[in-house]
Each structure stands twice: as structure tokens, then as C-alpha cells.
Design a binder for this molecule. Structure first.
Ligand code: UFG
Length: 328
């Protein structure tokens, strides 16, 4: 495997993937329509082709131009709240994009894909930590669109021999400030970047609900460093290349932290006061999501190395050096 196509490689997680692939000596081709991604996040010598993954002719051109050995597909919409108000947008973009990508792979005889799935495929799990074999029953169209693609991947494996790893992310955070990339979403809905924006005095922090059935009443999540996350993608690609069996893998640390614990840790790491106002619950938030990462550890040999302090410290380094994101 030499040349890897990264769809959505200008986005937050995709750009960290590109940086790791370059570091490990791969040739990298990025396709991205830049609707949420940033061209500045795609570092040389990766090659960027601007276009939409739903555009079959565009994808076929890219697969003809480069000798693609494997695909890592990040390109998708991922705002849970927006997906509830506009399910067609999510199915059209996420499922539609996966259909064209798999069609291009079939047309050009490319047999390996690592796909970004999500903990949102589980909905409201019956137990913690969550295992891959637990029931999947999404409670929003975003999670449902990803689960639909997991189904499509299974069928494409059976029909065309396209091997896949569907990586179910828990809460990705952190940055790779060394190479100048980090999290820059518009709007930003995620907790850690919002906490750090408040530390910089750029916006006021709201915490959504302290009446959940959790130890301190705020939601518990499993935060995973984006650099650990992308390492798992590379291990998954190598695993498929060795003939590994297709399937889903949870990517989380296995540790849960409450919203209040995140704010406390950020206060310690930044040395800032970070005022926070308690607000009502945000619709659609499950109380607790913690991954069992046993399968990714055993099957892929994945070892997440970076804990919560490092996640927040690295995100803080990026936010301090880029207070206005990539435009700043
Ligand atoms: N939160 C706040 N204030 C904020 C932002 C978030 O209190 O300003 C709270 C949320 O209500 C939630 C927790 O912080 O309780 C974490 O929220 P995030 O938005 O950071 O992350 P989510 O767990 O909601 O979302 C993540 C991924 C989604 C994925 C989802 C699956 O980012 O892509 O997990 O449940 F769909």
C-alpha cells in the first residue's frame, strides 16, 4: 500500500489523518469540497483535489489520475441537531457520498476502505461500556445515516470483496499543534473547543443539564485524542491489507468524564477561571457514552496513549495559536 485517498482530508479528523500518513511515508491524495474543511489544513506534499464525493465523474477522474491502494472516508455532515431538522440532507450527503465512493472503488478495483462511523449508531445504550455487538438503534438521522452505510459496506464486502473497517468514534478532541492543525468548526458545538473559547474570552460557556442520572448530574463522555484516533485508522488499513475480517470497531479511551470534570480539567490546564452557566438539557444527549475498546486493542493492536490532560493541553495550544481558527 503506497497511495491512500483521504476523503474529507481537509476536515478536523481528516487533516490529522493526512499528517500521520505523510509522517509514515505514504503518498496522500485528498478529496474535499471544502464546505466545512479548510484547504490550509492539508499539508504538503499531500495532493488536494477539490470536489464533491457525490460527484461520480469527479471521483472517477481522481481514481484514474492516481494509483489508489486504499480509501479512508471522513467526508460527511456530522451535526446531530441539524440532522434531526433536516434528515434528507444527512441521508443525501452521507449515504450518497458513500455510494459514489464505493462505486468508484468497484470501478477501479480498490478493495480496502476505512470508514468514519460513530457512537451515535448505538442510540441510548443499555449498558456501559458499549461493545460492538451491543444493539444499534440510533436516535437521530446522523447516527442512522452512518448505520445505513455500515449496512451498505457489509453488502459491498459480500458482493464485490471490498473489505472495510467501520470505526465508531466516541468524542474526538485535541490537536496536532506541531504541524499547525486543530479543530475549527462553524458553528462549534463540541464541549472542549467551546470551553477553550470561553477560556480565551471569545464566548460564554453554557453547560447543558445537571439533572442526568450520572455521579454529578452532567453527561459523561469518552474523550479520545484525535492523534490516537487517526493511529487506529492506519492500523485498521494495515489490518485489512493483511486480509483482516471486515467489521465495526469502537474508538474510545474506555474512560468517562462528566461535563463538569472537563471544565475543571480545562481550568487547571489553562490556568483560566472559565465561567460557566448551567442551562437546560440539550435535546438528544444520552446521559453516558463510554466505549469498550477491547476489540480495537486486541484485533488492531491499538493502544491509545494520550489522556484527558494532554487532549485539553494540545487543544489549548491550537486555540491559543489560532484564536480565529484557520482564518486567523
Ligand atoms: N456540552 C455542553 N456545552 C457545550 C457543548 C457541549 O454542556 O457548549 C455538553 C453536551 O450537552 C454533552 C457533552 O457536553 O453532554 C459533549 O457534547 P459534544 O457536543 O462535545 O459531543 P457529543 O457527545 O454530543 O457528540 C459526539 C460527536 C458526535 C456524535 C455524538 C454521538 O461529536 O459527532 O458524540 O453521541 F454524533
Amino acid at each position: 500500500m503506497k497511495t491512500i485517498l483521504v476523503a474529507g482530508g481537509a476536515g478536523y479528523i481528516g487533516s490529522h489523518m493526512v499528517a500521520l500518513l505523510l509522517e509514515r511515508g505514504y503518498e496522500v491524495v485528498v478529496v474535499d469540497n471544502l464546505c466545512t474543511g479548510h484547504w490550509q489544513a492539508v499539508k504538503a506534499p499531500a495532493k488536494l483535489r477539490v470536489g464533491d464525493v457525490k460527484d461520480q465523474a469527479f471521483l472517477d477522474r481522481v481514481f484514474t489520475e492516481f494509483p489508489i491502494d486504499g480509501v479512508i472516508n471522513f467526508a460527511a455532515f456530522s451535526l446531530v441537531g441539524e440532522s434531526v431538522g433536516n434528515p434528507l440532507k444527512y441521508y443525501e450527503n452521507n449515504v450518497g457520498g458513500a455510494v459514489s465512493m464505493l462505486t468508484a472503488m468497484k470501478n477501479h478495483n480498490v478493495k480496502k476502505i476505512v470508514f468514519s462511523s460513530t457512537a451515535a449508531t448505538y442510540g441510548e445504550p443499555e449498558k456501559q461500556p458499549i461493545e460492538e455487538t451491543d444493539r444499534t438503534d440510533p436516535i437521530n438521522p446522523y447516527g442512522a445515516s452512518k448505520l445505513a452505510i455500515e449496512g451498505l459496506l457489509r453488502w459491498c464486502d459480500g458482493a464485490y470483496g471490498i473489505k472495510y473497517a467501520a470505526l465508531r468514534y466516541f468524542n474526538a478532541a485535541g490537536s496536532n499543534a506541531d504541524v499547525g492543525i486543530g479543530e475549527d468548526h462553524h458553528p462549534e458545538t463540541h464541549l472542549i473547543p467551546n470551553v477553550l473559547a470561553a477560556a480565551l474570552g471569545k464566548k460564554s460557556l453554557e453547560l447543558f443539564g445537571d439533572d442526568y442520572p450520572t455521579p454529578d448530574g452532567t453527561c459523561v463522555r469518552d474523550y479520545i485524542h484525535v492523534r490516537d484516533l487517526v493511529e487506529a485508522h492506519l492500523l485498521a488499513l494495515e489490518y485489512l491489507d493483511r486480509g483482516g475480517e471486515s467489521g465495526p470497531f469502537n474508538l474510545g479511551s474506555g474512560d468517562g468524564y462528566s461535563v463538569k470534570e472537563i471544565v475543571e480539567t480545562a481550568r487547571r490546564v489553562t490556568g483560566k477561571e472559565i465561567p460557566a452557566a448551567m442551562k437546560p438539557r440539550r435535546p438528544g444527549d444520552p446521559p453516558t457514552l463510554i466505549a469498550s475498546n477491547r476489540k480495537a486493542k486486541e484485533v488492531l493492536g491499538w493502544v491509545p496513549k494520550r489522556g484527558l490532560e494532554e487532549i485539553i493541553a494540545d487543544a489549548w495550544a491550537w486555540h491559543q495559536s489560532h484564536p480565529n481558527g484557520y482564518e486567523g
